[in-house]
Design a binder for this molecule. Structure first.
Ligand SMILES: Nc1nc2c(ncn2[C@@H]2O[C@H](COP(=O)(O)OP(=O)(O)OP(=O)(O)O)[C@@H](O)[C@H]2O)c(=O)[nH]1
Ligand SMILES: [Mg+2]
Length: 460
């Protein structure tokens, strides 16, 4: 029995009645940037879909900085009609509300849940969600993310962007290579945050009723992508140009997000074992949109901190590493952590500091793939609770990021992309290792026995 919509939400839905296309914007303290996102989304709805009934909905965390006021006070769409000379058939409706928490947890996922519920109540055919800290969003993004659904029969549109080589480190080290190796689909930005979702897929998401703490926070993006794939929905990508947004330093800002994303992945990997165990290799996913050459702004990363955090992990998480990793992998990461410590010491020496250079520290692709796979197996065997597994993985992620960013330091963004591809192939090559360890697991058999998955193939 679905819970009824809270009164404020119900009222907003009653007022609008029905819509064909919706843009949803989750926000938390984004007063500085959400005005631009709102204007771009409105312009996109009016310009590209003048015959449809559009609605824009902002689901805010109750931000104290006036985020919601900015949305409400942004110029109405008649401004767009004037400057673009379009005559839409329907008035654009706008809603900005504070979303309810899910079991006491408020986060991006909780905001998305409210957006899904509104989309379903309004019976929209296409829902586009975009982050509220975007600088590079253009009206065209609405067309690129909704077009494949409304005109192409797709259910899920995942973004493709040019990102600075130091940005998107959770994507580059885990979500891209792992989604590709597990499910065989080369979806380059599985947690990009800007997605198109069909009405049918919105129903599917709500039907899962799967709001763990991690999914209600930053686990939501990988949950949306993986649930679309595992549910057999038609998936494509849209080229959006550059992603420019509030910058984050992995060592300083991304630990909690990493935990929520990884925790969600581990749950889903267990749940969908019958979907991925037999997949070999991977194939391209259709991509739409004109390719533009755009240079995202550089992002500085504190490399020393990443190396130091990795080394510190040896002491604070050494016991967990021994429990959750295969013996050889555990031995190797202990050595790598002390290498990281040595490189950090050299770089931080008071007398003769030696600047960090490519080659001073390396965490090889194959070793990283095994670490990630060992953790999947450890979650499957319930060696430790998932939150402790991901906490122990965080310093290893820092080490892997330090290695990757040092390696690409003097490379162009395009060359750096080649390094991410090399790592993705290493994950595919190591997949038989995951499958055999998974099947050896004491409690294996329940989820993979007798599976025959028509979607899996030996795709190159
Ligand atoms: N409603 C709501 N939105 C949130 C919350 N936390 C983050 N968001 C929104 O989620 C979107 C993505 O958050 P960011 O912090 O930019 O994270 P990101 O860009 O996915 O991650 P990075 O690539 O690491 O920067 C933004 O629109 C945020 O406003 C929250 O607690 N509640
Ligand atoms: Mg962001």
């Amino acid at each position: 029995m679905p819970t009824p919509l809270p009164p404020a939400l119900h009222e907003a839905v009653e007022r609008v009645g029905h819509a064909d296309i919706m843009v949803g914007i989750p926000s938390f303290r984004n007063a500085a940037t959400i005005g631009h996102v709102t204007r771009a989304a409105q312009a996109g709805l009016v310009q590209y879909f003048p015959d449809l009934r559009p609605v824009l909905v902002n689901a805010d965390a109750g931000s104290p900085d006036g985020t919601q006021r900015v949305v409400v006070e942004t110029e109405p769409p008649d401004y767009v009609e004037r400057i673009l000379l379009v005559r839409p058939r329907n008035r654009l409706e706008r809603i900005s509300l504070t979303y309810p928490e899910v079991d006491g947890v408020g986060g991006k996922g909780a905001a998305l849940r409210t957006l899904f519920r509104i989309a379903r109540a309004l019976e929209v055919q296409a829902l586009v969600v975009v982050d509220s800290d975007l600088r590079s969003i253009l009206p065209e993004w609405v067309e690129l993310l909704a077009g494949p659904i409304l005109k192409g029969g797709f259910d899920f549109v995942s973004p493709l962007y040019a990102r600075h080589k130091n940005d998107g480190t959770i994507t580059n080290t885990v979500t891209y290579p792992l989604t590709r190796a597990l499910y065989g689909l080369r979806i380059r930005q599985p947690i990009g945050g800007d997605f198109g979702v069909s009405g049918d897929l919105v129903d599917h998401y709500l039907g899962q009723d799967d709001w763990t703490d991690a999914v209600s926070r930053f686990g939501i993006d990988i949950w949306m992508t993986t649930s679309a794939i595992a549910g057999g929905f038609a998936v494509c990508q849209a080229r959006l140009g550059a992603k420019v947004h509030d910058p984050k330093d992995p060592g300083a800002d991304l630990g909690p997000m990493f935990g929520q994303v990884l925790g969600t992945i581990l749950e889903l990997t267990e749940r969908h074992a019958d979907r991925w165990l037999q997949v070999r290799g991977s194939h391209d996913v259709p991509a739409y949109g004109f390719e533009r050459i755009q240079q995202p702004p550089p992002l500085d990363v504190d490399m020393l901190r990443l190396l130091e955090e990795f080394e510190r992990g040896r002491l604070s998480q050494g016991e967990q590493w021994a429990g959750m990793l295969a013996a050889e992998t555990a031995e190797l990461v202990r050595e790598l952590a002390s290498d990281a410590g040595k490189a950090a010491n050299q770089a931080a020496r008071a007398d003769a500091p030696r600047p960090l250079e490519p080659g001073m520290f390396s965490f090889p692709d194959e070793a990283w793939a095994r670490v990630v796979y060992d953790v999947c197996v450890a979650a499957h065997r319930r060696v430790l609770p998932i939150d402790r597994l991901v906490a122990a993985l965080v310093p290893l992620y820092f080490g892997r990021v330090a290695s990757l960013l040092l390696e690409v330091r003097d490379l162009s963004d395009e060359q750096a992309e080649g390094v991410v591809e090399r790592q993705a192939r290493a994950f595919e090559l190591a997949k038989p290792y995951l499958v055999s360890r998974w099947r050896e697991s004491p409690d294996a058999g329940s989820s993979d026995a007798g599976s025959s998955d028509a979607g899996s193939s030996d795709a190159a």
